[in-house]
Design a protein around this ligand. Structure first.
Ligand SMILES: [Zn+2]
Length: 195
């Protein structure tokens, strides 16, 4: 239990895409322990290569269309714009930016755990920011070339809901900054370990 989060070695590569891909593949390889061929694991996930259960034990089977219709039924216009249409909420406007309680940030749609409160940090960007995912298997990474930039989009691995982006300017231990939209998350308070 104590080694759930793999330590990510950060090679000082200059190329953003290659470096992040290396990091992500390292994380996945560490967690799955069986991925021999990593070249396409980041952007394309062939069906036969997608685990149905994450290393931390969560079912990653995508919801059916009918189930997704139920999950998305109560989304408001802003939530639909961000989660379903890959939009970005305005900075300093999200409801979870100032959330400092002990707990878990999970996918707004399907409830898959994504980030522990202990990995949240103040990035100054105006969006909730985390340095370490709860389980790297719970995120899907896609190249995003919109708005004249090359970024790495993150989505929920289970329901494919848009979460935000990940950048390489985060703090230790990963050096990564997972930049999230508040509306893509729901927070659940948890007791601390010594309670
Ligand atoms: Zn989800």
């Amino acid at each position: 239990m104590g080694s759930r989060i793999p330590k990510l070695s950060l090679a000082p590569e200059r190329c953003f895409g290659a470096s992040l891909r290396t990091i992500v593949n390292q994380a996945h390889g560490t967690r799955l322990g069986k991925r021999q061929e990593e070249s396409s694991s980041m952007t394309k996930q062939p069906a036969q290569d997608s685990p149905t259960r994450s290393a931390s034990g969560y079912d990653l089977t995508p919801p059916t269309d009918a189930e997704k219709a139920v999950l998305t039924a109560d989304l408001d216009a802003e939530e639909r714009r961000v989660i379903l249409a890959h939009g970005t909420e305005r900075p300093f406007c999200g409801g979870l930016l100032e959330e400092k309680r002990e707990g878990m940030f999970a996918c707004r749609l399907c409830g898959l755990p994504l980030f522990r409160s202990g990995s949240k940090f103040e990035s100054g960007t105006g969006w909730p920011s985390f340095h370490t995912p709860f389980d790297p298997d719970h995120l899907r990474y896609l190249r995003d070339g919109s708005h004249g930039m090359v970024r790495t989009e993150i989505r929920c691995r289970r329901c494919d809901g848009h979460l935000g982006h990940v950048f390489e300017d985060g703090p230790a231990p990963t050096g990564l900054r997972y930049c999230l939209n508040s509306v893509s998350l729901k927070f659940a308070e948890q007791p601390t370990d010594n309670q």
